[in-house]
Design a protein around this ligand. Sequence first.
Ligand code: AMP
Length: 498
Amino acid sequence: MTSSFSKLSLAEPLARAVAEMGYESMTPIQEQAIPVVLQGRDVMGAAQTGTGKTAAFALPLLQRMMKHENASTSPARHPVRALVLLPTRELAVQVAEQVKLYAKYTKLNSAVVFGGMDMKPQTLELKKGVEVLVATPGRLLDHIEAKNTVLNQVEYVVLDEADRMLDIGFLPDLQRILSYLPKQRITLLFSATFSPEIKRLASSYLQDPVTIEVARSNAAASTVEQHFYSVNADDKRRALHQILKQRELKQAFVFVNSKLGCARLARSLEREGLKTTALHGDKSQDERLKALESFKRGEVDLLVCTDVAARGLDIKDVPAVFNFDVPFNAEDYVHRIGRTGRAGLAGLAVSFVASSDTRLVSDIEKLLGSKIEIEPIEFEEDRPRIIAQGRINDGRRMYREGEGPDAPNDGLAREAIESREPRMPREQRAPRERREYTPHRQPAASRDPFFDQPYEPGAAAENQPSWEVGAKANAAGSAVSSNIKPKKKIAALFKTSN
Ligand code: AMP
């Protein structure tokens, strides 16, 4: 049973914001965490993005901070009181946008700082004074070292996606940041899993936390139809094309294990006529946000992404998820397939298993607690290929030797460190490159700022995916990618807010 926000007796400005967001009842994590945080207890929460976790911590923290609310323009009257740490820029932006919406009718300021952008505009914001600071660890340390912010009045710390922060190697940075904070504080730690490392982190920094678990980390959505196909590396793209068509899919996420593989696969699929975009950590912030927006708008049909880049992005109910590469971590499998089949909708998760993936599949079996059947794939067209302008468009000849997403070494480029530059002692660091600042997307005035509209199939005619369009184009003898001159169809697959 979920219950209404009204029973929380939130301050009027917060209640108004929540009502405006259109939330009718609390999600399970909110129901469990909000009262506990309001009481001032530390929390260790197992909850993934998409569960309503941000409001679960932001609302009670804002409520507790309302006593400090003031209209003064003096920065000293707006010290950082709540610090929210996240592993990636996208997550930081997403959480900051939500916090801004929840705090919109209060006089509590918030800001976000993350790497890969000029520090100056962030510095100007920090210097104005902000009560809630959302940050990625590396950039926050830069600001601390530059004395752009002081954290000696922090009362609340949220370590969000803590498992991912540890995976990326942020532990030393986290330890340093936490050492700057007052000992007397409330600490909330959210993690998809409670690994031994996470438990150690919690025992070092949390005091008598209340443990809240809303969904077990290995609880793969029961509405997701899962298939594991045995596919040679060379045949994976062909298998992808076939399943997209056979299952009449409109859009899909395609996960790969490395940045390099991600870019290459996206390029190959694009060349093969599928409207594809890539999301990985080597893309600029601006490019990543654009990629997501165009997927949301239905301008691209396939989003090829890496785990770190996609982690936590709140795009819901994608019809299908492909594991072009079986993930290195079984938990990533659960995260990946959590993109599909949400909210009771049927989803499809397809994994392509190469012969070298046996161990990874057995890790997934262990995590899921059920046996995985690896199915053979039968290719429909082991008949003559369609020839478009003299090019054999079977998807198998697009790579130069040793270049494909499955080429040796690709897997080695584990992207764990992608979301930040490696840190070295400050004195050895070269001066940072100053980049043009592109302000990130402003939160829309509507209740769903960016990624949060559920998947809605649009009209079939408008929504014809590129694999269908491509098939017709090819049949008609055209080899031009449908993405080169996008048709004026816009699938309202993900309605934009506003
Ligand atoms: P989060 O897990 O915090 O990233 O939230 C995922 C999405 O759920 C965001 O789009 C929120 O705006 C939305 N959301 C959060 N809480 C609720 C709620 N109680 N009712 C409806 N939507 C919510």
